[in-house]
Design a protein around this ligand. Structure first.
Ligand SMILES: [Zn+2]
Length: 222
């Protein structure tokens, strides 16, 4: 899948992302304006990649007997709008227009209940690993797409879960490269792909090299 070809439907569904509907969502409060992006990291079991455990968690189908780490989380009612796996593939669980349940107890710039006004993006990862070039590529293009639709998502309102729930959450963790994301977002989508390639020439997971430079993603707004 080429992230450059992402499109956003009226209700905030991205194509061509796989859409797996999560029941863990509801309507945003009346008048709520979407003006923040929250970046998370998740891996299930912790530190392991692949498999379908994350989508099972977000759709209330995680078997607590499948792994000891699942016992305490299987009954959680949580979700995120998006998940970017290690290969950069995009999954969506909740339309952006709806409220996903990703932030928990949280506060951003003095405002609580961040779920009300944010979009949650999970990256498959953990505190101990770097994220892949393909993940930065998909994440930056998704963020550009969302910012074009919801321009109130200013750069300073793209934050980590740890920023809105300090002391309680650590994701996306110390290996998430905020500078790299900011650079990608400050660059038109076509150039963003080039930056990604240039900075990750040695990264074996880089899946962007063969990608066309053509894009339909709008450049970010200042
Ligand atoms: Zn999180």
């Amino acid at each position: 899948m080429n992230a450059a070809d992402f499109r956003l439907s009226r209700d905030g569904r991205v194509t061509p992302a796989a859409f797996i509907a999560s029941p863990n969502c509801d309507a945003r409060p009346p008048g709520a304006r979407i003006d923040a992006l929250v970046i998370h990291a998740i891996s299930l079991p912790p530190g392991c990649y692949g498999g379908d455990f994350i989508e099972r968690l977000f759709t209330n189908r995680l078997d607590p007997r499948a792994h000891p780490a699942f016992v305490d989380i299987a009954d959680l009612k949580v979700s995120s709008h998006f998940l970017v796996d290690r290969a950069g593939a995009l999954l969506q669980f909740v339309p952006a227009s709806m409220r996903a349940w990703h932030a928990g107890e949280s506060k951003l710039h003095g405002r609580e209940c961040v779920n009300d006004f944010s979009i949650g993006i999970e990256l498959e990862g953990c505190d101990h690993d770097r994220f892949t070039a393909a993940q930065y590529d998909t994440l930056s293009k998704l963020a550009q797409l969302l910012r074009a639709r919801y321009p109130a998502i200013r750069p300073e309102r793209i934050v980590g879960h740890s920023d809105i729930a300090p002391g309680r959450k650590t994701d996306p963790g110390p290996h998430f490269d905020w500078q790299r994301l900011r650079a990608l977002l400050a660059t038109p989508a076509t150039a963003a792909t080039a930056v990604t390639n240039a900075t990750n020439a040695t990264n074996a997971t880089n899946a962007t090299d063969a990608r066309a430079t053509k894009t339909t993603v709008a450049p970010p707004r200042a």
